[in-house]
Design a protein around this ligand. Structure first.
Ligand code: SF4
Length: 260
C-alpha cells in the first residue's frame, strides 16, 4: 500500500511529527488495510499537516472538532477504518467536551493525539497539558494552572482503549498503533512528541519514561499507572504502553440494537 503523498513538507526539519507519520504509515501497511477504506480526520495545529502527507481519504477539519467529524464518518459508513489526528491544544482545550463524550459513546474509531504540550503552530502558547511556569509570548509570567492528565481523564470517561507512547520510539509506537486500530471501540493513543522550537523544557522527559506490560480491564491498575505522571513534574516515572483495554459495546452496536 503506497501511503506517500507528494505535497511539500512544511514541518520544521527534524520535527518528531516525521516520526509519527512514519509510524502511522508502517502500522497501516502492516495491518494490510485497503487504502480506500481508511478515512482520516485532522484538526488544526502542526499535527494537522499529516493530512497532506498521508495518501488516504478524509477531512482536514476544524480546530477541536476532530472527534465529532470522525464519529459522523464512522456512523455514515461503519465499514471504514476511521482515524483522527489531533493536537493537545486541539483535543484538551477547544475539543475537550468531545474527548470526554467520545469515551462515553465508544464509537469504533481511533484518536491519535500529538502532545507537545504547546500550541506550536501559533508560536507556543500554553495548552492544558503545559507544565506550570511555562513562559511564552501569551503567558509572559508563566502558566499558572496545573496541567490536566489526559490519560486519567480518558479512563474516567470510559474510553475502552487507552495508551501512551513516545514519538521517538517508533517500534513501540507502531505496535501500539496497530493494537489501537484493531481494537473494537474508541481507542485513544497519546503520543508524547516534543516540539523543537517551543516548550523545549519538556525534551528531558524521555529519561523518565518506561514501558509497561499491556494492561487489560484492570481499572485500578490503569488509574495507578496514569497517576504516576501528572504532566507537570520533571521527576518520577512516565509509563508508556497500553493502560487499559476492554471490549465494550460500541455506539454503532448500541444503535443497531435499539433499531431492532
Ligand atoms: Fe514540529 Fe514544533 Fe516545528 Fe511544529 S513548531 S513543526 S511541532 S518542531
Amino acid at each position: 500500500m503506497n501511503l506517500d503523498a507528494k505535497n511539500e513538507m512544511t514541518w520544521c526539519p527534524g520535527c518528531y511529527n516525521f516520526l509519527i507519520l512514519a509510524s502511522v504509515k508502517k502500522a497501516l501497511t502492516e495491518l494490510g488495510l485497503d487504502r480506500s477504506k481508511i478515512a482520516i480526520v485532522t484538526g488544526i495545529g502542526c499535527h494537522g499537516k499529516i493530512y497532506d502527507y498521508l495518501n488516504t481519504r478524509g477531512i482536514y477539519g476544524l480546530h477541536g472538532r476532530v472527534l465529532p467529524t470522525a464519529m459522523g464518518i464512522k456512523l455514515a459508513d461503519p465499514s471504514l477504518t476511521v482515524i483522527g489526528f489531533a493536537g493537545d491544544g486541539d483535543t484538551y482545550a477547544e475539543g475537550m467536551e468531545h474527548f470526554i463524550h467520545a469515551g462515553r459513546y465508544n464509537t469504533n474509531m481511533t484518536l491519535i493525539v500529538h502532545d507537545n504540550q504547546s500550541f506550536s503552530l501559533t508560536t507556543g502558547q500554553a495548552t492544558p497539558t503545559s507544565q506550570q511556569g511555562y513562559k511564552n509570548k501569551a503567558q509572559t509570567l508563566g502558566e499558572f494552572n496545573k496541567p490536566i492528565n489526559p490519560v486519567h481523564l480518558a479512563l474516567a470517561s470510559g474510553a475502552s482503549f487507552v495508551a501512551r507512547c513516545n514519538a521517538r520510539d517508533t517500534n513501540h509506537t507502531i505496535q501500539i498503533l496497530k493494537k489501537a486500530i484493531k481494537h473494537k471501540g474508541f481507542s485513544f493513543v497519546e503520543i508524547i512528541q516534543h516540539c523543537l522550537i517551543y516548550n523545549k523544557e519538556t525534551s528531558g522527559f524521555d529519561k523518565l519514561m518506561y514501558k509497561i506490560k499491556d494492561n487489560n480491564a484492570n481499572m485500578k491498575k490503569a488509574m495507578f499507572l496514569a497517576e504516576e505522571w501528572d504532566y507537570n513534574s520533571k521527576t518520577g516515572k512516565i509509563p508508556l504502553g497500553i493502560f487499559y483495554q476492554e471490549r465494550k459495546p460500541t455506539l454503532e452496536e448500541k444503535w443497531q440494537k435499539k433499531l431492532k
